[in-house]
Design a protein around this ligand. Structure first.
Ligand code: FMN
Length: 334
């Protein structure tokens, strides 16, 4: 569904070419300083404009519609809304009957019987991640001093990002990438067995980000090739600090007090400048499709800050459940 979290509960809404996108947060602690300027740094990291990103430009001005009073959160539902201003819906009219391979046009049509807003991917668009980043800005304040940090490790299978992008753009193609995310300091004891392990809830949230194809924690898939003696992290001190961190900061689904580390795989953008083959659902015939409109050559470049936001939301919810964070923020300044 479109809501996530037990105490820090985020609902997401909007369509790429509709009136607006945004989020509503229920369960946000009261008393957290918050003003529109707080969102700027993270929004600029998600913005397009750099090489390999879409030329669509949106001002991304956050409107705090409720839940903030005198510069602090009130504890009531907090709504952040963004108006869409730079829409060119004409570009997408063919998508009504001719779904783009690799995008959610076909599945969205099946799921919602053709009533979905298909313009620019509608509710499935990467534009929705603006709301996630907004919720992440607030979640990051809640979990401090824990800090979440994500960065690109490679794109198109190469750590030479510039060269990989050049190659993809010359070929009229797109590429994916791998992002690493770390969270620290993390108190030991977060996570709720059996089904709400830290890995389970984090993966659930991360897979909500469009275009994510994989996630691995700590040693990840490499663990299958290691021996137990290699893989075990020797415990050094009562706070749980370990010598190595193959576990990625999690044992038994519960945080062990070390840095949480995970990597995510982002797929290559489905929209490319090449002509592709797909089905015309109105005629039942296969047709050539050239995707009009503006899109990212490499989505992964814009995703680190979205991954950070997703991770911060999960940590905020776990910390509130474990009462590591109070429902009223008593600090007078931040
Ligand atoms: C920040 C961001 C920007 C995106 N930009 C595009 C884009 O320009 N073109 C495109 O085809 N997909 C783009 N996507 C990916 C699609 O939204 C996604 O592939 C689609 O919804 C299908 O979902 P799936 O890839 O998870 O199966 C973007 C995703 C994100 C997170």
């Amino acid at each position: 569904m479109n809501s996530f979290g037990r105490v820090f509960r985020v609902s997401i809404f909007g369509e790429s070419h509709g009136i607006s996108v945004g989020i509503v947060i229920d369960g946000c602690p009261a008393g957290i300083p918050l003003e529109p300027g707080d969102f700027e740094a993270d929004f600029s990291r998600r913005k397009s404009g750099a090489k390999g990103t879409t030329p669509r430009k949106e001002p991304d001005v956050p409107r705090l519609m409720s839940g903030v009073f005198n510069g602090r959160t009130t504890g009531a539902p907090l709504m952040v809304l963004f108006e869409n201003t730079n829409t060119r819906s004409r570009d997408y009219s063919q998508l009504k009957d001719i779904p783009r391979p690799g995008h959610a046009d076909y599945t969205g049509h099946v799921k919602f019987g053709g009533y979905q807003d298909y313009r620019g991917g509608g509710h499935f668009s990467g534009r929705l991640t603006l709301g996630l980043v907004a919720a992440g800005v607030i979640a990051k304040k809640i979990i401090a001093p824990a800090r979440v940090s994500a960065s690109i490790l490679e794109v198109g299978g190469s750590s030479d990002i510039e060269a990989a992008l050049e190659r993809a753009m010359e070929n009229g193609d797109s590429i994916g990438g791998i992002i690493q995310c770390t969270i620290s300091p993390v108190p030991a004891g977060l996570g709720e067995p059996f089904f709400d392990s830290v890995e389970a809830v984090m993966s659930h949230m991360i897979f909500s980000i469009p275009a994510i194809k994989g996630i691995e924690f700590g040693s990840g898939f490499r663990a299958a090739k290691m021996t137990g003696n290699e893989h075990n992290d020797n415990i050094l001190s009562p706070d749980g600090t370990t010598e190595t961190n193959y576990a990625g900061g999690i044992n038994g689904g519960i945080s062990n007090g070390n840095e949480i580390v995970f990597r995510v795989a982002v797929k290559p953008t489905s929209s490319t400048h090449r002509t592709q083959r797909t089905l015309n659902m109105a005629t039942g015939k296969m047709v050539d499709l050239t995707v009009e409109g503006r899109h990212d050559t490499c989505i992964a470049l814009r995703v680190p800050v979205v991954v950070e936001a997703a991770a911060a939301m999960v940590m905020a919810d776990f910390m509130l459940q474990a009462q590591e964070v109070k429902r009223i923020n008593e600090s007078k300044s931040e």
